[in-house]
Write a protein that binds this ligand. Structure first.
Ligand code: DC
Length: 228
C-alpha cells in the first residue's frame, strides 16, 4: 500500500465531499474548488479505475472477490496533483479506457475492495484539508465532513457533456449509446447493496444543468467559505 496513504492520521483537517452521478461535472468542479481553497483533491473514482486496470492487466477474474482483494492489497496507487500512478507508472489516460470503465463496476461492487479504498481515502484526507469526489464520500467515508454536496444535472445534459469529452479524446460514439451507458451506470451505482450512490441526509444538492463550471465553483466556494 502506498506510503502516502499509510501515513494518514486525523488531526482536525477539513473535508468537503462532492458526490453525484457521472457527467455532472463533479471532477472538474471538485478539482477547481480544491485549487481555489488551496486544499488537496481526491478523485476516488480514479482509485476504483486503477484497481480495475490492474485486474485486467493481471488477468484476474473480476467476479472473484478474494482475488480482487489480494490484488488491491498489493497495489501501489498514488495521486499526485492531476495524475494517477499505478506502481509508479502514469495511468491517467489508461484508466479512462472504455474497457476499464466497464470493468470498474466489479471493483466498485466488491465489499473487500471498497473497505480497502475507504481506508486509503480516510488516510489521504487525514494529512491535509481535502476536497474529495465520488459516490459515497458524504454518506459512508466522511460522515462528519465539513460540507457535503451532491452535484447533479439533467440526464441529457450529462450525456452531451460526456459525448463531447469522448469525442475530444478521439472516440467514435453517438449520443444514444452514451445516454444508454450512463443510464445503466447510474442504475448500477444507485442499486449497489454496499455504498449506493445517494445524497447524504445533510448534503446540499446542486443542479449544474444551467450553470457554467465557473458558476458552480463560485457557488460551492461561497458555501464552504461561509462555514469556516
Ligand atoms: O467517477 P468515475 O466515473 O471515475 O467512477 C468510476 C466508477 O467507480 C463508477 O462506476 C462509480 C465507482 N465509484 C464508486 O463506486 N465509489 C466512489 N467513491 C467513486 C467511484
Amino acid at each position: 500500500m502506498a506510503a502516502e496513504f499509510a501515513e494518514g492520521r486525523r488531526a482536525g483537517f477539513r473535508v468537503v465531499t462532492i458526490d453525484g452521478p457521472a457527467g455532472a461535472g463533479k471532477s472538474t468542479v471538485a478539482r477547481l474548488l480544491a485549487d481555489r481553497l488551496g486544499w488537496r483533491f481526491l478523485d476516488t473514482g480514479a482509485m476504483y479505475r486503477a484497481v480495475a486496470l490492474a485486474a485486467l492487466r493481471a488477468g484476474v477474474d473480476l467476479a472473484d472477490a478474494l482475488a480482487l482483494d489480494r490484488l488491491t492489497a498489493d497495489l501501489r496507487v498514488e495521486l499526485p496533483p492531476g495524475r494517477v500512478l499505478l506502481g509508479g507508472e502514469d495511468v491517467s489516460r489508461a484508466i479512462r479506457d472504455a474497457a476499464v470503465t466497464q470493468a470498474t463496476r466489479f471493483a466498485a461492487d466488491c465489499v473487500e475492495v471498497r473497505s480497502r479504498l475507504v481506508a486509503w481515502q480516510r488516510a489521504f484526507a487525514g494529512t491535509a484539508d481535502t476536497v474529495t469526489e465520488g459516490r459515497d464520500q458524504g454518506t459512508i467515508v466522511f460522515p462528519d465532513a465539513h460540507r457535503k454536496f451532491f452535484v447533479t444535472a439533467a440526464d441529457e445534459h450529462r450525456a452531451r457533456r460526456r459525448l463531447a469529452e469522448l469525442q475530444s479524446s478521439g472516440a467514435v460514439v453517438d449520443f444514444e449509446t452514451v445516454l444508454a451507458d450512463q443510464t445503466r451506470r447510474d442504475a448500477q451505482d444507485a442499486a449497489r447493496a454496499i455504498a449506493p450512490m445517494k445524497p447524504a441526509d445533510d448534503a446540499e444538492v446542486v443542479d449544474t444543468t444551467r450553470l457554467s463550471v465557473d458558476e458552480v465553483v463560485d457557488l460551492l466556494f461561497q458555501k464552504v467559505a461561509a462555514r469556516p
